[in-house]
Design a protein around this ligand. Structure first.
Ligand code: NAP
Length: 262
């Protein structure tokens, strides 16, 4: 299927590895021009080089911390200076800290709010003038199934992702008249460093090996395996496409069948 995004400009955040990287890679395969950011210069430059080598796409690597509004402004500005505009925005971040109510102090709440909700608000505000002016835009946020079905030990994600989804649903109503669609992809369990980190915590808490914790996790997934990051990235690319022009305000769950509920 031709997704119709050849030459479009995509900005994908937190994309040196994992789900952000896979999303950027899938967009690049469809012919989009790509700006990616993360905090580590070597990591983001190496990621850009891998995407260029695999796809031949033009890729602009930028160093930025999504919890810092000034970094987000600079990323949008440098992307716009380099490519002329932003057509596709993919807000993403590292995962919020794990923990239960009694183990999470205010500083952890601040980190989670900054990296998920506030960064999304700030990025949308920064790209909106260009998207409005061109009468075309795609905003696809990487969230989590925690917003549909709370996950034990991930109180911050369970709480704040729901707020992000409320924001996006509202924006989909407000931005429809500008030709901008707003959706989010809700990953279940994907083979990334984030999941390795969470599996280590679970194994430690339960006094079992990491392999055992992984087997337990996979046994709760109907497809009986973790997802590969590109299985999420391909959904991001689809939602960015012309073919998805009538889809807005939706949470697209990509989780191997794990989330219960109709
Ligand atoms: P990951 O493999 O750990 O990758 C995280 C990426 O984010 C890296 O590129 C990292 O690069 C970058 N990053 C982290 N903090 C950042 C910051 N403050 N500013 C800019 N970049 C930052 O994580 P992932 O699995 O891809 O997860 C991505 C998002 O999806 C997270 O919010 C996670 O909670 C959510 N999610 C993941 C899963 C899953 O199964 N993997 C499931 C549900 C939800 P640098 O270190 O260079 O900054």
């Amino acid at each position: 299927m031709d997704l119709g995004i050849e030459g479009k400009v995509a900005l994908v955040c937190a994309a040196s590895k994992g789900l952000g990287y896979a999303s950027a890679l899938c967009l690049a395969r469809e012919g989009a021009k790509i700006a990616i950011c993360s905090r580590t210069k070597e990591a983001i430059e190496a990621a850009a080089q891998r995407i260029r080598e695999e796809t031949g796409a033009e890729v602009l690597p930028l160093v930025a911390d999504v919890t810092k509004p000034e970094d987000l402004d600079r990323v949008v500005q440098e992307t716009t200076t380099h490519f002329g505009t932003v057509h596709i925005l993919v807000p993403n971040s590292g995962g919020p800290p794990a923990g239960t109510f009694e183990t999470l102090d205010d500083s952890k709440w601040e980190i989670a709010l900054d990296s998920t909700l506030r960064s999304t608000i700030h990025l949308v505000r920064a790209v909106l003038p260009n998207m409005k002016a061109q009468g075309w835009g795609r905003i696809i946020v990487i969230t989590s199934t925690s917003a549909k079905q709370p996950i034990a030990g991930l109180l911050l994600s369970n709480t704040i992702r729901a707020g992000v989804i409320g924001l996006l649903k509202t924006l989909s109503q407000e931005f429809a008249e500008y030709g901008i669609t707003v959706n989010n992809v809700a990953p279940g369990s994907f083979a990334t460093d984030r999941i390795t980190h969470l599996l280590n915590i679970r194994a430690n808490n339960a006094g079992i090996s990491v392999e055992e914790a992984k087997s337990q996790m996979e046994s709760r997934i109907p497809l009986r395996r973790l997802g590969s990051p590109e299985e999420l990235g391909s959904m991001v690319a689809y939602l960015s496409s012309e073919s998805a022009s009538y889809i807005t305000g939706q949470t697209l769950v990509v989780d191997g069948g794990q989330t219960l509920g109709l």
